[in-house]
Design a protein around this ligand. Structure first.
Ligand SMILES: Nc1ncnc2c1ncn2[C@@H]1O[C@H](COP(=O)(O)OP(=O)(O)OP(=O)(O)O)[C@@H](O)[C@H]1O
Length: 297
């Protein structure tokens, strides 16, 4: 019987670069069979986290452990653990680099050698779906086509834990929708775990069972997306009414305009808003993110 990977655990990960502390004591457990959205402002530490989770980058402190039926395997320098993890990074092609001169088919062939569960049939299907010219050099591809190459590597890797770093950043809206559909199909068929970092939250929010938010190198929250959105409310109205309605609640992003005021509250389980003359509106993920990670006015 095929061995199943259970969860990937990130224990107290800190990463200090020379001039920057990129991650600060991050504890995180990624369960089998979920799609996670990883969000955070520029420089929050998303890429650093994914590179540490996949052992492409050593942490300054802490460890990453793959928990299996057979026991706990440290991910660092452990071929068996790493065979179940794929981080398909954004490609920095650059001019006149070895990568820019590499043909797509050769890049994919190299990936197929390194990734032990590579599915060539799936890779070929995705190449067709994305209309990708595999004879083309990577340096000659458009930004979106380069993103497609990283998406193909991620999906065809068939790794139990697959990380994609801003996969849709260069894609047009049609290709983005196509990517979300393909990802969901692959997820439904296989129950693999995906972590997808993105700045384009709204259109991907339905895809994420859980969201992970990094803020300045710290894990701000990891929560079921639906529950997070249910708990966050936008309250507006006369300032004194808003104050009365939100007293004692967790508040973010207060904005005052003359005598009126608006604020986001995040209700804890069991908490309710008192009756008050205020307008209460549900919030979309992007607005919740801005309220949690944006700069207060
Ligand atoms: N190799 C490195 N050397 C020094 N500092 C680095 C290195 N890589 C990242 N950093 C710094 O660590 C911090 C986190 O960077 P990281 O790339 O992980 O952020 P991110 O959340 O992925 O950002 P973005 O959304 O802009 O891609 C940033 O301040 C960045 O400048």
């Amino acid at each position: 019987m095929e061995e199943r990977m259970e969860q990937l655990i990130c224990e107290n990960i800190t990463k200090n670069y020379k001039s920057k502390d990129a991650l600060d004591s991050v504890n995180l457990t990624l369960a089998k069979g979920k799609i996670y959205g990883l969000i955070g402002r520029n420089g929050a530490g998303k890429t650093t986290l994914l590179s540490i989770l996949s052992a492409q980058n050593p942490p300054s402190e802490g460890s990453v452990v793959l928990e299996t039926e057979e026991g706990r395997l440290s991910v660092w320098e452990n071929e068996k653990a790493l065979s179940h993890i794929c981080f398909s990074r954004e490609l920095n092609v650059g001019k006149n680099t070895a990568l820019s001169a590499t043909k797509v088919k050769d890049y994919l062939r190299t990936a197929s050698v390194y990734l032990p569960y590579w599915d060539q049939e799936l890779a070929d299907e995705l190449i067709r779906k994305f209309h990708l010219d595999v004879k083309q050099k990577i340096g000659k591809l458009s930004k979106g086509m380069v993103s497609m190459v990283t998406i193909i590597v991620a999906l065809a890797s068939k790794a139990d834990f697959t990380f994609l770093d801003e996969p849709v950043s260069g894609l047009d809206v049609v290709a983005r929708e196509q990517f979300y559909r393909i990802l969901l199909e692959e997820f439904t068929e296989t129950g693999r775990t995906f972590v997808v970092s993105t700045h384009i939250m709204e259109e991907a929010a339905d895809l994420f069972e859980e969201v992970i938010i990094l803020k300045e190198g710290k894990l701000l929250l990891k929560e079921n997306t639906e529950e997070l959105l249910e708990s966050c409310l936008h309250i507006s109205g006369k300032a004194e009414e808003v104050d009365r309605a939100t007293e004692g609640l967790e508040k973010h992003y207060e904005e005052r305009l003359g005598r009126s005021k608006s604020v986001m509250v995040r209700l804890k389980p069991g908490q309710e808003l008192p009756d008050a003359e205020v307008t209460v509106q549900p919030m979309k993920l992007e607005k919740v993110f801005v309220a949690l990670c944006g700069e207060e006015a």
